[in-house]
Design a protein around this ligand. Structure first.
Ligand SMILES: [Zn+2]
Length: 243
């Protein structure tokens, strides 16, 4: 029943999007390319579908089939044809034209409780993370909310460590974002550790991402023992900050 990490990551993107999926309306489903971007995957070719198949989709689809779970991978479609690849139908032993079966699997996927198979942060309740449920930002925000980013925000009471602002949201919630000071992934290769993270307001997040500001240790507020390592601040100032 264990789901390999690559498959779990794809599943998390799908589950976090399920609330917006309308069964039988493929325009509400997700493209292969979209999943690549959501997970920061490399395009391995020869098509977006094949590339994703080798980076978690194949694992996830095989796992759902083997364990007789709903065929949730059917919400990933080719955005030219608005259909899943043939492989989806073949895997489950279905005819490639069997749209009613496909729609049924999507319906079942929406009603199924996936929470035992994914990390809790990716559950269907992103609002609990203090984020407003704005359609266009939901996906990227949920993905960014790893356990560590929740922690860095909690430590700092959702207050920007640069300007002190905590955005007030409905129902008394506060909103902030977690930023990796030495960015993750190519070409920076920063580590996913709390010492490399800072809790910021959306304005300061954008300014850090675009290298518009320098980080000055003395001006950064830290709460509850959250310590940012000097090496990452140095990295930002030397490699990301663009005076
Ligand atoms: Zn700020």
């Amino acid at each position: 029943m264990e789901l390999e990490e690559s498959g779990r990551k794809v599943l998390e993107v799908l589950v976090s999007h399920l609330c917006k999926v309308a069964p039988g309306k493929p325009e509400t489903y997700l493209g292969y390319k979209f999943i690549h971007h959501a997970l920061n995957l490399r395009y391995l070719g020869p098509t977006w579908g094949e590339s994703l198949k080798n980076q978690g989709l194949g694992v996830l689809a095989g796992w759902t089939c083997k364990n007789k779970l709903p065929g949730i991978t059917g919400i990933i479609i080719n955005t030219d044809s608005y259909r899943p690849g043939k492989g989806y139908f073949n895997l489950f032993g279905k005819d490639e034209e069997d749209y009613s079966w496909w729609t049924d699997e999507v319906k079942k996927s929406k009603n199924f409780d996936w929470s035992p198979y994914i990390y809790e942060e990716f559950n269907l309740k992103p609002v609990d993370l203090s984020a407003p449920n704005r359609e266009d930002v939901t996906i990227s925000r949920i993905i960014r909310d790893s356990k560590l980013s929740v922690k860095v925000k909690t430590f700092n009471n959702c207050e920007c460590q640069i300007c002190g602002l905590a955005l007030e949201m409905p129902a008394g919630k506060k909103y902030a974002e977690a930023h990796h000071i030495q960015p993750l992934g190519e070409p920076h290769g920063g580590p996913d550790v709390i010492e490399n993270m800072i809790c910021v307001c959306p304005n300061h997040h954008a300014m850090l991402d675009y290298g518009a500001i320098e980080l000055v240790t003395e001006n950064i507020t830290s709460k509850n023992g959250h310590v940012i390592s000097a090496q990452f601040i140095k990295y930002h100032n030397e490699n990301v900050y663009w005076p």
